[in-house]
Design a protein around this ligand. Structure first.
Ligand code: SAH
Length: 198
């Protein structure tokens, strides 16, 4: 398949992901916030989340800047990448559906915030970040480009390291024991393959 076909598949998955985000964030700005994290670090994380995924993909698709990092992967590997990216977008949809109006692009709690424990949140505490890890691997294989893979993996790794502790502290302060129970019962990012005996 040609680079154009791979570019369309890659950017198509990203476009669907952004459309899901758009639909679910329409209610977001209208809700009243009771906790807002507005530090410089949170602003930097927000900007990183907005640019770290689309920029490398778009530059790869429209230029030859990253050709030095292009791998000669077989079609099967690239199709595995497509399957990962499509699965990631599907998970992203179910995460938004479960979070509903509790979603926000920055760390905050709104007046009617509820603790979500169903859907993907029954398996892991940060399924949106899990979906982005899957997306980085999918896009890396689909583009067969080490810069696309490296920048996206570095983006989600940075977000996980710098955001998850602050997010969990905020949720634990808000939901107390309920969140402590969720933390004890569900892993952060990767679901347990075997159920724990109770
Ligand atoms: N880190 C989560 C959510 C990212 S969206 C994930 O990867 O799935 C960020 C917002 O989600 C935060 O402002 C936080 O208030 C909210 N949030 C995170 N986990 C939540 C939960 N279990 N229930 C309700 N809101 C949650």
């Amino acid at each position: 398949m040609s680079k154009l076909t791979y570019s369309i598949l890659l950017l198509g998955c990203y476009f669907i992901r952004m459309s899901i985000r758009y639909v679910y964030s329409r209610r977001y700005t209208r809700s009243e916030k009771v906790v807002k994290e507005r530090s410089g670090k949170e602003l930097a994380n927000y900007l990183l989340a907005q640019t770290g995924f689309p920029l490398p993909m778009a530059l790869w698709a429209v230029s030859d800047f990253f050709d030095f990092a292009q791998l000669d992967l077989p079609l099967a590997a690239r199709m595995v990448g497509l399957a990962f990216s499509v699965s990631s977008v599907t998970l992203f949809f179910f995460v938004h559906r479960a979070l509903g109006q509790n979603f926000s692009p920055v760390l905050e709690i709104d007046a009617s915030h509820t603790l979500v424990r169903h859907g993907p949140y029954a398996l892991v505490r940060h399924p949106m970040y899990s979906s982005l890890i899957l997306f980085a691997f999918g896009n890396g294989l689909l583009s067969a480009n080490l810069v696309v893979f490296g920048v996206q993996l570095a983006t989600i790794t940075t977000l996980c390291i710098s955001r998850i502790p602050a997010e969990e502290k905020m949720l634990a302060n808000t939901f107390g024991e309920d969140y402590q129970v969720l933390m004890a019962e569900t892993p952060r990012l990767f679901p347990r393959l075997l159920r724990r005996r109770s």
